[in-house]
Design a protein around this ligand. Structure first.
Ligand SMILES: [Zn+2]
Length: 486
């Protein structure tokens, strides 16, 4: 391929491309020419800029051993990829949802939710390889503009320090919408192909790849639309992909017997992994929100829809025209100063700051009107001080509706109090426990002998087994231990 003619052809193509768009490059993973608006250094800068926001938004799962394990596997794949020089970073995020995603520049994230659902090292490696493939083939870089990424930083940052403007709908969801770009089917196909390439290069059994698609398919089906794993919404058609990988394996002509599956080594790594939402970070009893780690509680309005996010608790009126949002911040300023600062913002028309006490804590409230893109909003913000923490309860609605929500919101805010319920304070998350079967049994029999506080269907998906199928003696089986917080 080194003939002068071929070179000239490529050069001409590059020139043409450059004059049209200002950017075109040979894709390192595919060898094909590709329109490229961002350079590699820009790509890296984008990833580095967005990573802190992503890490804050999801939280990093606190288990140094598990983080190192995933990073070691990820690094081994990245090292044999076409772009080993990128600053590859692998993180397990503290999110119960089944998810995996990549940022340009080599930032790869897997959720603890997807970690709980893998059954072998080869399965984890196949997903890491797939996400690495999106990066090496520059899928997100070719799709994302710098503006979009800047926006992620902005929006994710806004979850922690929000302002009044543009607050309708889940803020985190907006950020997620930008983050989880839908890749094209071709991109997905290519990432699967690259994932296959990388995992087989380092000696893993690609037959574990279809198992992952099967598991993801079952998770989606069980989700029934609600709690649909984000990974799935961006990675459609697990069934299709399962078929394609099987074809890929057959067509490779390679014999993969004896390659690494790593079932045992993987399952022992996830023994004790937190499973499901972590109630220490807050949970609901009906409309009462209890936060064991921060030791407070608050009653949200009846019939309002609530959601506990990493950095905020949100409640929305049934008509979806009013929002009450709780956030916390390390504040040097007291509640009166914080309220005053809020009142002084551009575009905010505020009344007088009213100091007071709520649940025995110093507080300050101010009513306001604000001009936003959605028109004039009216609302009230209350700051409550508990030691070094300042809580902010921000409520607002359309100008016309505010008078009908004002009292409801005020009652909620006034219910803020120290959490003293001992059972709530002592609550612990559910965890995985890996059990070695003493004899062959079905998952149903296993669940009778070693009960888990989750439905049998969920347990069977978690273990990638079908109901009624006997697992041989010696199989390592996931059990969920602990009590569901209530
Ligand atoms: Zn993908």
């Amino acid at each position: 391929m080194n003939s002068p003619i071929a070179k000239a052809g490529i050069a001409a193509g590059l020139l043409l491309c450059a004059s049209l768009t200002g950017g075109c490059a040979v894709n390192p993973a595919t060898g094909q020419r590709q329109l490229m608006l961002v350079s590699e250094s820009q790509e890296i800068a984008m990833g580095q800029e967005a990573d802190p926001s992503i890490s804050a938004m999801f939280g990093i799962y606190e288990d140094a051993d598990l983080q190192q394990y995933v990073a070691r596997l990820g690094d081994s794949l990245a090292a044999i990829s076409e772009r080993p020089q990128l600053p590859w970073t692998f993180r397990v995020v503290d999110d119960p949802i089944v998810n995996a995603f990549a940022l340009p520049g080599g930032f790869i994230y897997v959720s603890r939710g997807i970690m709980a659902h893998f059954n072998s090292e080869a399965q984890l490696v196949s997903v890491l390889g797939h996400e690495i493939g999106h990066v090496t083939a520059r899928h997100s870089a070719s799709q994302m503009s710098e503006q979009q990424l800047a926006q992620i930083g902005l929006v994710a940052g806004a979850v922690i320090v929000p302002d009044v403007a543009a607050r309708y709908g889940g803020i985190a969801q907006q950020a997620l919408g930008i983050l989880f770009l839908k890749f094209s089917r071709d991109d997905e196909r290519q990432a699967d192909m690259l994932g296959f390439r990388y995992m087989t290069r380092v000696g893993y059994d690609p037959n574990e790849m279809p198992e992952v698609f099967d598991m993801l398919g079952r998770v989606t089906e069980a989700g029934g639309g609600r709690g649909l794993p984000v990974w799935l919404s961006t990675h459609p058609d697990p069934g299709d992909r399962e078929q394609r990988i099987n074809t890929m394996i057959a067509e490779s002509g390679q014999d993969f017997t004896g390659t690494t599956v790593g079932e045992r080594s993987y399952l022992l790594k996830i023994h004790d992994l937190i499973y499901g939402p972590n109630p220490r970070e807050g949970f609901f009893r009906e409309q009462l929100f209890l936060h064991p780690d921060l030791e407070f509680q608050i009653q949200f309005p009846a019939d309002w829809q609530t959601v506990n996010q990493k950095t905020a608790v949100m409640a929305q009126s049934p008509n979806q025209d009013a929002i009450l949002q709780l956030t916390a911040d390390q504040g040097a300023a007291g509640p009166v100063e914080a309220a005053q600062e809020f009142a002084n913002q551009d575009g905010v028309n505020a009344g007088a700051v009213q100091p007071g006490t709520i649940g025995g804590f110093p507080s300050a409230t101010v009513a306001f009107a604000a001009e936003t893109e959605q028109g004039i909003l009216r609302g009230a913000v209350t700051y409550i001080q508990d030691g070094e923490l300042i809580y902010r309860l921000l409520a607002f609605s359309t100008s016309a509706a505010w008078s009908s929500y004002q009292q409801t919101v005020a009652n909620s805010v006034a219910s803020f109090a120290r959490l003293t319920d001992q059972s709530a304070l002592a609550v612990q998350p559910l965890r995985l426990s890996i059990i070695e079967l003493p004899q062959a049994m079905t998952i149903e029999a296993f669940d009778q002998r070693y009960p888990s506080p989750i439905p049998i269907e969920t347990l069977s998906i978690l273990n990638q087994v079908e109901l009624g199928v006997r697992m041989p003696a010696g199989t390592l089986v996931k059990r969920v231990v602990g009590e569901v917080a209530r």
